[in-house]
Design a protein around this ligand. Sequence first.
Ligand SMILES: *[C@@H]1O[C@H](CO)[C@@H](O)[C@H](O)[C@H]1NC(C)=O
Ligand SMILES: *[C@@H]1O[C@H](CO)[C@@H](O)[C@H](O)[C@H]1NC(C)=O
Ligand SMILES: *[C@@H]1O[C@H](CO)[C@@H](O)[C@H](O)[C@H]1NC(C)=O
Ligand SMILES: *[C@@H]1O[C@H](CO)[C@@H](O)[C@H](O)[C@H]1NC(C)=O
Ligand SMILES: *[C@@H]1O[C@H](CO)[C@@H](O)[C@H](O)[C@H]1NC(C)=O
Length: 228
Amino acid sequence: MDNNKQPQLNGAYYGPAIPPVEQPHQHSHHRRGCCCCLFNILWIIFVTIIIIVALAILIFYVIVQPRPFKFTVTEAKLTEFNYENNTLCHNLVLNFTLRNPNKKLEILYDKAEGQAFYEGTRFNTTDAITWLNSFRQYTKTTNRTSGVFSGQQMMVLDQDQLSHFEENKRSGIFDIDVKVYFTIRFSLNDFIPGDMKAKAKCALEVPLSSSNGTTVAAFKLTKCDVSY
Ligand SMILES: *[C@@H]1O[C@H](CO)[C@@H](O)[C@H](O)[C@H]1NC(C)=O
Ligand SMILES: *[C@@H]1O[C@H](CO)[C@@H](O)[C@H](O)[C@H]1NC(C)=O
Ligand SMILES: *[C@@H]1O[C@H](CO)[C@@H](O)[C@H](O)[C@H]1NC(C)=O
Ligand SMILES: *[C@@H]1O[C@H](CO)[C@@H](O)[C@H](O)[C@H]1NC(C)=O
Ligand SMILES: *[C@@H]1O[C@H](CO)[C@@H](O)[C@H](O)[C@H]1NC(C)=O
């Protein structure tokens, strides 16, 4: 019996085995049994709570079906896009639509900042939605906004980027990326849990308008990726 217990005592006690060890051992057995039964009850309560919370979340999702809004660029008008002396002169006007596809949730658009990129470099930033024109979007509706990027920005294009620019210039269609950073709030029966950030990424192919207003091709409506 003592020989069997030897490995357990290993490292703790190297002296000869002392008989009194047996007594406390028996006591701790009793105490542990009581702890176990309390622990079991707590465990059952804990698991039950987890299951109830999981069910509540599941039911919430099934009933409310929260979905991200849809963001689409419907029109892009580019009247200037010149790169000279390390400066990009640009004039780009974009029309967007925002659609709330939810049946139960309304969306409050508090802020939207649009950023325009060419060859990975940001060349302008614009506030599409500010506190001045923030709005509440009802379920299953679509609203319009627009963004204007117009000015000149210092930027340096390397040789590859420059040849890509020349290629775009020849074709008359420029590859411009637009990212829009939103601050929104969802609203469920006027319960508004708090604001959250969302981001829309749009890869646009924008035809340049010539001085008489014609373009080589019509702008293709572009759906953007919306993520939270
Ligand atoms: C670029 O620089 C050249 C020479 O410095 C100048 O003649 C030209 O007008 C400049 N172009 C623009 C668009 O500023
Ligand atoms: C784009 O927006 C401007 C201003 O909001 C509007 O005048 C124009 O008609 C819109 N274009 C299209 C194609 O929706
Ligand atoms: C958003 O669209 C709805 C329905 O089309 C319209 O009633 C509401 O006035 C629009 N809101 C804004 C701020 O344009
Ligand atoms: C960006 O666009 C805005 C709005 O058109 C304009 O006021 C601003 O000067 C532009 N900024 C740059 C750096 O071109
Ligand atoms: C517009 O200008 C382009 C060249 O910039 C030319 O090819 C086209 O024929 C012009 N269109 C009209 C209607 O004048």
